[in-house]
Design a protein around this ligand. Structure first.
Ligand code: FES
Length: 134
């Protein structure tokens, strides 16, 4: 795994992002509340530059007619069709293809089964530099 210097940590404050080229890949590096995360800059739906998307929160599970919003700054929304992904894990909870309901068939599976997973990469800081391992 190669090491890529993303920049000085002081130049990537919480809430910021930087998109870098690592070999042939485009990767977004995010500072979320002082912790660094890296995501492949390619949406698994139709290939949009995901890391250019809006950083936001998302709706949370709640009771019927109850609207709960949370996880502010932990979610990135794809700029093309709005799929939401956890920046820390690359996991999405909403997949329109998976949401196609069948009228007569119901199955039960483990939570998180068949989630779409983005490629994520480790990020460390050394001597004030942000280092991407990709
Ligand atoms: S390309 Fe990202 S949601 Fe469609």
């Amino acid at each position: 795994m190669a090491r890529y210097v993303v920049g000085r940590a002081a130049d990537l404050p919480p809430g910021s992002r930087r998109i870098v080229t690592a070999g042939s890949r485009s990767i977004g590096v995010f500072n979320i509340r002082g912790r660094f995360y890296a995501l492949r800059n390619r949406c698994p739906h139709q290939g949009a530059p995901l890391c250019l998307g809006k950083i936001k929160g998302t709706t949370l599970p709640g009771r019927p007619y109850e609207y709960l919003y949370g996880r502010e700054d932990e979610i990135i929304q794809c700029p093309w069709h709005g799929w939401e992904f956890e920046i820390a894990t690359g996991r999405t909870h909403f997949n329109p293809h998976k949401m196609r309901a069948k009228t007569f068939e119901v199955t039960v599976g483990r939570a998180g089964e068949q989630d779409v997973i983005l490629e994520t990469f480790p990020v460390t800081t050394e001597d004030g530099l942000v280092i991407l391992h990709a």
